[in-house]
Design a protein around this ligand. Structure first.
Ligand code: ADP
Ligand code: MG
Length: 592
């Protein structure tokens, strides 16, 4: 039978899921991402680009890079790209075409039937435009479903007694509050309210604005439009990371077009500071909520369940605000940026009779990953990912001529490998003896519908493969999960410092490798100077703290660059991160 898709065609991200064996799961796109940025553009040659490639092209051609097209669905607006005029549904259909092609690739089957979600407040014209976009992309639309209803379906609430549900959906650029009532297995949207100019982008902008003056003085120039885009992107990254811990580093490497900018900018962002500069944004969630309750003639005490939807509800301050307002803990067991797509697939499953079981979705309770260079924990499957799931990443060797690799499989939320629980070891042998960072090993984590974890490591040179299966008996108890989360919170600051130190040391080893490669290729007097510099540098690796070591690395890097005119071969620094295994700096899918 042909697979059925559920698609959340979001303002900032589009997410697809599929019904398989009576359950819904997310389908990653061809780039391996679970969320596809809802961005469309064309190359200079007129080739269409969707998602992350389009976002990257946006740095070059911002004017013709279209994002947030959903805001215009159902309007007569026309968008000019490459001299042609596009309707909003034509742009949306390009995004959906990629979803379709990527799903067909991932599932190895033709795909044509889908349930597609829209905001509850979308009027008839906007719903019809969405249907048309899907048809233009080659889909048969099983149903156009409201997003809050999809979220309620994902949580299986249509099978429960509770009858009044509030959905808070804070995405990239919009905030929607919906109140649903359940009667006779049918959800009715009682009231909708929101703020279509409030979303995660505003939090990014706040953080960026607060950092721009310091960045300008670090890079010694005013921030132009391109640099501002890079700052915003780095702000989004740190915002996301910070949602899990009290402090996270904001790091900005000057873009290559900013030649001559001295070094990268780094600043630790504390939750308390971030929350202080965004407190008024959180407050703006309350008024539309009051209004929705008023429209539905309900008070907080009538609400049985609060669902948090949209990537931005991962922010602790938003969760706290929900709990404080509704006086009960909100539901957050399903990834908030995936829950709508999951619900859309559940709806497809219900419509076609493929979903009958009570449990609709399962999630991973704790993160899974491996021990990496410097004793760090590299997460491969983050907690709360819906299962079944499959992820892979490429790692490299950390030492020259390394022929064996012990891969420690870990579960937990701490940054240091030793603080997490080891659930198995894979021993990979027969790796060809190459320089540090040159041997490639692909590590795959797969979790099936029963929670059984299978880890596979494949030597990409010999194609030899080993695997390890961890049965579902290793599932942590609720107590263990709570303990792991509490510890991660408690030790976050210490963990961050240790991670910083470990990363600085890894960087130092890479630099030493580059310097040693260079020694044979420069003239004698240069060589002597470099050897002396390298010797003192190597000693400092043993005693310097993270920031001091980074300073010394900057000096050594400048020294290496100064040697450059005599030597064209000094082309790269190896990027390795792992002791047993090193993550490639760009964990792109393997090219085979
Ligand atoms: P939309 O429905 O608008 O398409 P999503 O629900 O996918 O979008 O939400 C996207 C927003 O969620 C972005 O602003 C993104 O930065 C934010 N986001 C994603 N993950 C996190 C996180 N861990 N912490 C904070 N914000 C996050
Ligand atoms: Mg959304």
């Amino acid at each position: 039978m042909e697979p059925l898709l559920g698609i959340d065609l979001g303002t900032s991200y589009t997410v697809a899921s599929v019904v398989e064996k009576g359950r819904a799961r997310i389908i990653p796109n061809r780039q391996g991402e679970r969320l596809t940025p809802s961005i469309y553009t064309q190359t200079a040659e007129g080739l269409p680009l969707v998602g992350t490639p389009a976002r990257e092209q946006g740095f070059l051609n911002a004017k013709e890079t279209i994002s947030s097209i959903k805001r215009h669905m159902g309007s007569q607006k026309k968008i000019n790209i490459g001299g042609k005029r596009f309707s909003p549904e034509a742009i949306s259909s390009r995004i959906l075409k990629k979803v379709k092609a990527d799903a067909e690739h991932a599932l190895d089957s033709p795909v044509s039937k889908a349930v597609i979600t829209v905001p509850a407040y979308f009027h008839h014209g906007a719903r019809e435009a969405t249907r048309k976009a899907a048809e233009m992309a080659g889909f048969e639309v099983l149903r156009i479903l409201s997003e809050p209803t999809a979220a309620a379906l994902a949580y299986g609430l249509h099978r429960q007694e509770e009858s009044r549900i509030v959905v808070w959906d804070l995405g990239g650029g919009t905030f929607d509050v919906s109140i649903l009532t359940l009667s006779d297995d049918f959800f009715e949207v009682e009231a909708v309210c929101g703020d279509n100019r409030l979303g995660g982008d505003d939090w990014d902008q706040r953080l960026a604005d607060s950092l721009i003056p310091s960045i300008e003085s670090c890079f010694k120039r005013p921030a132009g439009p391109e640099l501002k885009l890079h700052i915003l992107q780095a702000a989004e990254t740190v915002k996301k990371e910070r949602s899990n811990k009290p402090v996270a580093p904001f790091v900005l490497t000057p873009p290559s077009s900013l030649s001559g900018a001295p070094h990268s900018f780094r600043r630790d962002i504390w939750r308390s500071d971030f929350d202080a500069i965004t407190a008024d944004l959180v407050e703006r969630l309350i008024e539309p909520t009051r209004q929705a309750l008023k429209d539905a003639r309900l008070s907080v005490s009538h609400i049985d369940k609060v669902l948090l939807v949209g990537g931005s509800t991962r922010m602790p301050a938003v969760r706290k605000a929900a709990q404080a307002f509704f006086l009960k803990p909100p539901c957050l067991d399903i990834n908030p940026d995936e829950v709508v797509a999951i619900g859309a697939a559940v709806q497809a499953g219900i419509l076609t009779g493929q979903i009958t079981e009570a449990v609709l979705v399962d999630v991973t309770p704790l993160s899974l990953g491996i021990a990496s260079e410097g004793g760090l924990f590299t997460r491969i499957i983050p907690r709360n990912t819906t299962i079944p799931t499959y992820r892979r990443q490429i790692f490299t060797t950390a030492k020259n001529d390394q022929t064996n690799m012990d891969i420690h499989v870990l579960q937990g939320e701490r940054d240091q490998a030793k603080d997490n629980r080891e659930i198995g070891i894979l021993e990979l042998t027969g790796i060809p003896p190459l320089q540090r960072g040159q041997s490639l090993v692909e590590i795959c984590f797969a979790i099936d519908a029963d929670g059984i974890v299978k880890v596979t490591a494949q030597n990409l040179h010999t194609e030899e493969e080993i695997s390890l299966t961890v049965s579902s008996n290793h599932h942590p108890s609720q107590e263990e999960i709570d303990e792991a989360l509490e510890e991660a919170e408690q030790f976050a600051e210490k963990d961050l410092a240790a991670r910083d130190q470990a990363e600085a040391i890894t960087e130092a080893h890479n630099l030493i490798q580059s310097a040693e490669n260079l020694l044979d290729q420069i003239e004698c007097s240069e060589k002597k100077r470099l050897i002396r510099h390298l010797e003192t540098y190597k000693k400092s690796v043993n005693w310097a703290d993270g920031p001091t070591l980074r300073e010394k690395s900057t000096a050594l890097r400048a020294h290496l660059l100064a040697c450059r005119p005599l030597n064209k071969a000094m082309s790269h620094e190896t990027h390795t991160h792992h002791n047993a295994a090193s993550k490639k700096s760009n964990p792109s899918p393997p090219k085979r």
